[in-house]
Design a protein around this ligand. Structure first.
Ligand SMILES: NC(=O)c1ccc[n+]([C@@H]2O[C@H](COP(=O)([O-])OP(=O)(O)OC[C@H]3O[C@@H](n4cnc5c(N)ncnc54)[C@H](OP(=O)(O)O)[C@@H]3O)[C@@H](O)[C@H]2O)c1
Length: 411
């Protein structure tokens, strides 16, 4: 039972805040009984993780925080969007002077540097917090253990969850693009598509609206916000004229919209050139830059990069996005762009929505065209596969493993 300062008592629920995998109860018991954390610690941290799921903070991480003293909840918060105060600040504000000598449960190591907001370690120390329980370390080199060190140097007891703790897996899934960006130095690249059961992305005529239903499309908006960047080829702009925004309540920072458009064929009337709603970056050949002015006048950024095989070079595009501190790229097609990312082995994950439809047609595009694998052992495998249902559609997600890295591909 969790006790709230307002006198309300709430049964601590043990659900783990990952959208995908409920944890088996024996596993939870093992962790509750065997580590330095008791059952209450576990429940308060689980609450902080649930809070962390709220908000759309890309390119920042999801963070939740809870302040507790003698079993009573004094304050809580989460990081709602980049530029807003951090979770710890909301929780400390709510707790006020009662935070003195309390325990702070926070899902990510508190920051110790001046960014858009002042360091959280300073606020935690001046509030007189006695103990801090940290979910995961922040891989951002500006923090990376230094936040924990500062707290310990100030005499605060800091307990870090064991990396094998089930809550840590939940946090890893929640902050996947953020953690990937800081661990690898480049954004996580996810190929997202809406497909029929026979693997078609559109009819042979080019019509593709709508393959999936309302609920699947709403989740796709969440994926856009989580990645912080959406990328298409000019073919999709010409066929579909998409907005590529994340139209969900609570999204303050719209994703960066990127169009790969070697020869600047994007129509000036395209919806994504309405840059009042979201920023747009058009990547073209350096030779096309002389025609960039009308796009710039509409507020879009136009950048020229080298050309490879007649199209803008994907590696150069990724370098560009790294420079802009993008944590994740949701590639929304079409077929040519998906194929290019797969053939260049630059895609890390798939998020494929399957609708109960058969479209058919030899000329109807599929996700992955080109030459294809010569043998099944050379096919790209998807690992850590997860599935979720949205209305009558299924989302299949997983990591792409390229043949050279595959173990036991002949199974
Ligand atoms: N079901 C879905 O989820 C979904 C999603 C999106 C689109 N679609 C459908 O897909 C169809 C459009 O497919 P598409 O293949 O033409 O669109 P696309 O992949 O979005 O655009 C292809 C174009 O992108 C440009 N491009 C620039 N750099 C590239 C690179 N490195 N690699 C590949 N392409 C690059 C090329 O034009 P330049 O050479 O002029 O630069 C190329 O022709 C439409 O029917 C649309 O409705 C379906």
């Amino acid at each position: 039972m969790l006790h709230f300062a307002n006198g309300q008592d709430v049964q601590a629920t043990m659900d783990i805040p990952t959208p995908h995998s409920p944890l088996p109860t024996p596993l939870l018991r093992f962790w509750v009984c065997s580590k330095v954390f008791d059952e209450r610690d576990w429940a308060w941290m689980a609450r902080a993780v649930r809070l962390a799921r709220r908000g759309f903070p890309a390119p920042n991480p999801h963070v939740g925080a809870v302040i507790v003293k003698e079993g009573v909840l004094l304050g809580e918060g989460y990081h709602p969007y980049a530029g807003a105060p951090h979770a710890e600040v909301f929780a400390l504000q709510q707790a006020g002077e009662r935070a003195y000598s309390a325990t702070l449960y926070v899902t990510l190591e508190p920051c110790c540097h001046f960014g858009r907001t002042p360091p959280c370690t300073k606020a935690v120390i001046s509030a007189g917090i006695r103990r801090v329980v940290v979910g995961t370390q922040d891989p951002n080199p500006k923090v990376a253990g230094k936040g924990i060190q500062q707290l310990r140097e100030a005499g605060i007891q800091v307990d870090l969850l064991d990396p094998q703790h089930p809550l840590v897996s939940a946090l890893e899934a929640l902050n996947r693009p953020f953690l990937f960006r800081y661990r690898t130095g480049r954004p996580l690249i996810t190929l997202k598509s809406a497909l029929s059961l026979d693997g078609k992305m559109a009819c042979a005529t080019g019509d593709s609206k709508w393959i999936t239903g309302e609920r699947a499309r709403r989740h796709a908006h969440r994926l856009r916000a989580e990645h912080g960047c959406v990328l298409v080829g000019v073919g999709t702009v010409l066929h579909d004229d998409p907005q590529l925004t994340a139209r969900l309540r609570g999204v303050k920072n719209q994703p960066l919209r990127v169009v790969l458009d070697t020869h600047l064929r994007t129509p000036l009337s395209a919806q994504l050139l309405d840059t009042r709603s979201a920023p747009t970056l058009i990547v073209c050949a350096e030779s096309a830059l002389s025609r960039a002015e009308p796009y710039r006048q509409r507020g879009a950024e136009v950048v020229g990069v080298p050309v490879r095989n007649g199209c803008v070079d994907l590696q150069a595009v990724i370098t560009l996005l790294c420079q802009r501190k993008v944590i994740g790229v949701l590639v929304e097609g079409g077929s040519q762009v998906h194929t290019a990312f797969l053939e260049a082995r630059l895609a890390d994950r798939v998020a494929l929505f399957y609708a109960p439809l058969l479209i058919g047609g030899r000329d109807a595009p599929t996700l992955y065209e080109g030459q294809g694998a010569a043998t099944i052992s050379q096919a790209y495998r998807i690992t850590d596969v997860r599935q979720r249902k949205f209305g009558s559609d299924w989302l299949i997600e997983g990591d792409i493993v390229y043949p050279d890295n595959q173990v036991g591909a002949e199974d």
